[in-house]
Design a protein around this ligand. Sequence first.
Ligand code: SF4
Ligand code: FES
Length: 358
Amino acid sequence: MVDNQVQLVKVTVDGIEVEVEPGTTILQAARKIGPEVAPPAMCYYEPLKGSGGKCRACLVRVAAGSAKDPRPMPKLVASCITPVQDGMVVENFSNPAVLEARKGIVEFLLINHPLDCPVCDQAGECDLQNFAFEHGAVQTRYEEERRTFEKTDIGPFIQLHMTRCILCYRCVYTADQITEKRVHGVLNRGDASEIGTYIEKAIDNDFSGNVIDVCPVGALTDKTYRFKNRVWFSKPVDAHRDCPTCSGKVSLWYRGSEVIRVTARKNEWNEVKEFICNTCRFDKKDTADWVIEGPTKISRASVISANKYPKNLTVSSFGARLAAAEYKPINDERDTSQLGIQQLPPERFAKTLPSAKE
Ligand code: SF4
Ligand code: FES
């Protein structure tokens, strides 16, 4: 009988060992251990084949290449595109040179990116904002003028702020891999590179809205949502509908009883779980269109988690316990009857919230 079992390889990241299949990248192996060792990623996006290798946010040091050849690699490597070897030893947060290099990467990404977070729709859920907050230096040394561009409407639902683009290529891979005809891409090269539509064509197909979700910054924005709200004032809930085009599994973002935005659901790495169609995203903004499942699970470190749910939904959550310890009690008797979420039994919510242990 042929033994089909794959021989796993051992990798150590920041002192923690993990076994993964051959061909796994360092970043994927680190993610398997957990967020405490996983490098940040600005261009890599697991659902998109071929993504990664553009931004260098995920640089790590390989202190030992493999069990057979334990010499260190001479330079820091991009963990999202470097495959692991058996016996490899990787240093990420444990290596000061990596952290120092990452400060430089943040500075580099911010060379042309405007600091317009106060008016940017992406603020609060922006990968670059989080990256700069966690890894950036306090000051930039850049004195030159930033590149500027006019805002462009690309298609009926999407606006491009090229000024904010970090050229990660995620939107290009998305259009290539989930739609039939990509009509936009990175035009020109070097410091003249920019996202553009070919011969001013609009992005107009059933799945075009997904480029908004994959964009790590506020370069591609939803024209039906622009300037409607700060994301931390909205309440996301998971919902689904019977959709003939996509899975119909989405997050609805409420302001009061109004659905102000529909997005795909994202995983803990802020990556889309299942791409959704434009009908679900742009045309179904009534609660009656959806079956509500319960609050969307948002990382507790995210500003979106702040002050979200009525107290009966959060009694055992980390946020509620932290708030109880750190802040004065508040009278939280908000009326949620308009959201429809009170109609579900409490145990449905319990599954989506962090446990008291977290
Ligand atoms: S528009 Fe957004 S997703 Fe597209 S390359 Fe620029 S930053 Fe990346
Ligand atoms: S995430 Fe690895 S290079 Fe961008």
